[in-house]
Design a protein around this ligand. Structure first.
Ligand code: DGI
Ligand code: FE
Ligand code: FE
Length: 198
C-alpha cells in the first residue's frame, strides 16, 4: 500500500505530543520543498517526513523490546543508545502492520537518525530536513540550509559532520553507522569532484 499523506498526518497527530507534531510538520514541509528544488518526488518526501518520528515517543524500554522482537538490533550501540531505534521501528511497523510497500519511503524513515552508507537522495533529504527544519535554531543551521540548497550530497555531508561535532562536544559515543555514513558521503563527494583522494 502507498503511504498517503493525509493518513500519516492523522496518525502523527494521534500518536505524537504537540511539540513533536510541530517538528514533524516542519520536517515534512522542509523535505517537500527541498524535493521540489532538487527534482525529487515531493509527495514521497512529505510522507516520509510526516512518518519519520512516529515511534519516537514510545517508552524507551518498549522500543528496546520491540526492536529485539523485530530483529532490528544490529550493533551493541543500538542497545546502549536506544534513542537511535525509533526510525527503524517506525519503518518496520509501517511495513508489517500498515502494509506500506514503498521501499524508498521506508528506507528514508529507517535511516533518518544515523544515515547509512549508500543513502538515496530521498534518504539524504529526510536526514537533513530533520536537522534543518524551520524550528531548528542552532548557530550554523543557516549555513547547512544553504549548503543543502546548493548540493544535496554536500549538504548532507555537512549535516553528518555537524552531528559528529555535536556528539563529540557532548562526549556522546559515535554510533558506527554515523561514522560509516560520514565516510561514505565524503567518498562520494570526492568521486563527484574528481579528487585524487577518492
Ligand atoms: O528524533 P529527533 O530528535 O528529531 O532527531 P534524531 O532522529 O536525529 O534523533 C536524535 C537522537 O539520536 C539524539 O538523542 C542523539 C541520537 N544520536 C544520533 N546519532 C547518534 C546518536 N547517539 C549516539 N550515541 N551516537 C550517534 O551517532
Ligand atoms: Fe528522529
Ligand atoms: Fe525528527
Amino acid at each position: 500500500m502507498e503511504l498517503r499523506a493525509e493518513e500519516v498526518l492523522n496518525l502523527a497527530a494521534r500518536v505524537l505530543s504537540e511539540e513533536r507534531f510541530k517538528h514533524t510538520l516542519g520536517v515534512a514541509d522542509c523535505a517537500e520543498e527541498m524535493a521540489r528544488h532538487h527534482g525529487l518526488d515531493p509527495l514521497k518526501a512529505r510522507c516520509a517526513g510526516l512518518a519519520h518520528d512516529l515511534a519516537k515517543e514510545i517508552p524507551i524500554k518498549d522500543q528496546l523490546s520491540l526492536a529485539r522482537r523485530w530483529d532490528l538490533l544490529h550493533y551493541p550501540e543500538d542497545e546502549q543508545y536506544p534513542a537511535v531505534l525509533h526510525g527503524p521501528l517506525a519503518a518496520y511497523w509501517l511495513e508489517h502492520y500498515y502494509k506500506v510497500d514503498d521501499s524508498e519511503v521506508l528506507a528514508a524513515i529507517a535511516s533518518h537518525t544515523l544515515g547509512r552508507p549508500g543513502m538515496s537522495p530521498l534518504e539524504m533529504l529526510i536526514y537533513s530536513a530533520d536537522l534543518t527544519e524551520p524550528r531548528r535554531d542552532f548557530p550554523e543551521v543557516d549555513i547547512l540550509r544553504q549548503s543543502l540548497y546548493d548540493d544535496l550530497g554536500k549538504g548532507t555531508l555537512d549535516c553528518v559532520e555537524r552531528t559528529l561535532r555535536y556528539l563529540r562536544q557532548r562526549n556522546k559515543p559515535i554510533h558506527p553507522l554515523t561514522q560509516l555514513t560520514y565516510e561514505d558521503l565524503q567518498r562520494r563527494q570526492n568521486v563527484g569532484t574528481g579528487s585524487k583522494n577518492a
